[in-house]
Design a protein around this ligand. Structure first.
Ligand code: DHB
Length: 390
């Protein structure tokens, strides 16, 4: 699952870039390891930053998102049996997030690709970038028994954490930074009406829980679990029962349970690789960085890479200006590290850790009390959640 989950984010980010550059008239080819059906069969994130939604519109891929997605101007943090609302719009001059499933976004990007007549080569095996540090890079891959080669100006390594791109950068060039957390999230998707119109992040003695949604008929819930748990350990009944115990009573009382249509466990991890460029190859998304899910920065961090890379490519091809390409790694990483900080902070704020002392618990409660008693503290949370400026 872990690999597949990460693979899937890779597809959204790669597809987002090619849709954007294709709409700017830049010729490109996508190499995809799996089939289209496989790509569109997976359930992933659902919270898009305002700036990401804008980028989708710019790439002419935002129509269905604007029709079917939900604008959320706030969310709740529940603790000590009470709900506290974070007024995103009120603290950010009217900013918000878009609730729209990544799977739906990927579907729209595929359709845009079809409309524009772009090439996607599916089931490409043994993909390998070559000569990235020279003037004429190329890619090789295999399809069935046939070997293929593609010469290109640039290679975009948007191939996920386990992809070949980052691994092809010499180890004396690449620096890696990593933090792992000894916990996981068990996620359940169900065809049920969401318990709340806005997301609820719950900090609880029985450990963290999250009520999220994809639409008014599709709910997405998570509970923190030990890393040693397996999906098979959790029946649907056990999941709903545990979730209710971690929510304020009135929320638990109105929660509608239903059969799971997807159930999976994701480990929590923070990771950054630097630099995000090696010669004529540019890394984007999970190929270069991972965040723990708390605060929904994963897909959005990938999207910010795409924002910088798209504008850099357009400048290169339209005006011959390479300043954007030259500064890509530094600019992307500056924002990536802020998303790393925010995801780490929200993770530490809301989870119960095996090595937590009473002192740590007190600090955590104080942090929450401060958050909701200080306009400045709530503003800091809100501006990060809706997405920092590009
Ligand atoms: C979802 C995931 C998150 O990590 C989060 O912070 C909010 C929502 C989701 O899958 O809906």
């Amino acid at each position: 699952y872990e690999n597949q989950g990460r693979d899937h984010r890779r597809r959204a980010v790669g597809a987002a870039l090619v849709a954007a550059v294709a709409s700017a008239g830049i010729e490109n080819v996508v190499l995809e390891k799996h089939s289209r059906e496989h790509v569109l069969g997976r359930i992933r994130a659902g919270v898009l930053e305002h700036g990401f939604a804008e980028l989708m519109r710019e790439a002419q891929c935002g129509d269905r998102m604007d029709r079917e997605g939900e604008i959320h101007e706030g969310f709740f943090i529940a603790y000590n049996g009470e709900m506290h609302r974070v007024d995103l719009a009120g603290h950010t001059g009217g900013n918000s997030v878009m609730i729209y499933g990544q799977t739906e976004l990927t579907r729209d990007l595929y359709e845009a690709r079809d409309r524009m007549g772009g090439t996607v080569i599916h089931e490409a095996a043994d993909v390998q970038p070559h000569a990235m540090d020279a003037d004429a890079p190329y890619l090789t891959w295999r399809q069935g028994d046939e070997r293929h080669r593609l010469d290109c100006d640039f290679i975009i390594g948007a191939d996920g954490f386990h992809g070949v791109s980052r691994r092809s950068i010499p180890s004396n060039v690449l620096r890696e930074y990593e933090k792992t957390y000894p916990i996981g999230w068990l996620g359940v998707l169900s065809r049920t009406k969401p318990v709340s119109p806005e997301l609820i992040y719950a900090r609880h003695e029985r450990e963290f829980a999250l009520c999220s949604l994809r639409s008014q008929v599709l709910s997405r819930h998570y509970i923190q679990v030990p890393l040693s748990d397996r999906v098979e350990d959790w029946s649907d009944e056990a999941f709903w029962e545990e979730l209710k115990l971690r929510l304020p009573e009135d929320v638990a009382g109105s929660l509608i349970a239903g059969p799971s249509i997807e159930k999976s466990i994701a480990p929590l991890r923070s990771y950054v690789a630097e630099p995000m460029r090696y010669g004529r190859m540019f890394l984007a998304g999970d190929a270069a960085h991972i965040v723990p899910p708390t605060g929904a920065r994963g897909l959005n961090s990938a999207a910010s890479d795409i924002y910088y890379l798209y504008h850099a490519m357009v400048d290169h091809y339209e005006t011959g200006d390479d300043a954007g390409l030259e500064s890509y790694s530094d600019r992307a990483l500056a924002r990536i590290w802020k998303a790393q900080r925010f995801s780490w902070w929200m993770t530490m704020l809301l989870h119960r850790f095996p090595d937590h002392t009473e002192y740590d618990r007190h600090l955590q409660e104080t942090e929450l009390d401060y958050l909701f008693s200080s306009h400045a503290a709530t503003t800091s949370l809100a501006e990060n959640y809706v997405g920092l400026p590009f």
